[in-house]
Write a protein that binds this ligand. Structure first.
Ligand code: HEC
Length: 163
């Protein structure tokens, strides 16, 4: 009889799934903290066809294994990780991130995503910022110029962030 053994392995499986569940929660992309200075950085690399072409080549070689050629997070290696690679075609998520924030995330990485501050130059990482923005459909352009918008309509958090 091996009732004891199967009880033990059931317990093991249970605790394993608990651990996986907890680690998945703690990796919610929404709470990937980015320092305020990094968020405010603007892209020094001009948006040109050449910059996009260079970034596309880097993306396909370096990032697509996880994020997929079309940025959906469905690359061939994606299934290997308990944390799903971010879906870069998610227009809502992408519109909430500043260029500086995307740059910071590519620079620093977060497990299982590697840090690229040593393997890619600043220029290459800023080119990638332009490129990853091409995956998501563009948000509808604002009809009125910025200054015509009443300040009160802006979300409160944004005003506080501005300092
Ligand atoms: C080993 C797999 C892997 C590779 C390679 C990889 N990523 Fe990621 N990436 C991830 C995962 C997983 C996340 C989600 C991390 C999290 O939320 O904790 C992520 C998140 C991101 C985000 C942030 C989106 C968000 O949720 O805030 C960006 C931007 C990004 N990756 C771009 C890139 C770029 C550009 C490259 C190549 C230079 C790259 N990644 C390479 C796995 C990978």
């Amino acid at each position: 009889m091996n009732a004891g053994r199967s009880a033990r392995s059931a317990f093991f499986l249970l605790s394993l799934s608990l651990v996986l569940a907890v680690s998945a929660v703690s990796h919610d992309p929404k709470d990937w903290p980015v320092p305020e200075e990094a968020r405010k950085m603007t892209n020094p690399v001009p948006l040109t066809d050449a910059a996009l072409a260079s970034a596309k080549a880097i993306f396909e070689e370096t990032c697509a294994s996880c994020h997929g050629d079309t940025g959906k997070g469905d690359g061939p290696d994606a299934a290997m990780y308990s944390v799903k690679p971010a879906d870069l075609t998610d227009a809502h998520m992408m519109s909430e991130m500043t260029d500086g924030e995307i740059f910071y995330k590519i620079t620093e990485g977060r497990k299982p995503m590697p840090a690229y501050k040593k393997t890619l130059t600043d220029e290459q990482r800023w080119q990638l910022v332009h490129f990853v923005r091409t995956f998501a459909p563009k948000p509808a352009p604002k009809a009125a110029p910025k200054s015509a918008k009443p300040a009160a309509k802006r979300p409160k958090a944004k005003i506080e962030n501005r300092k």
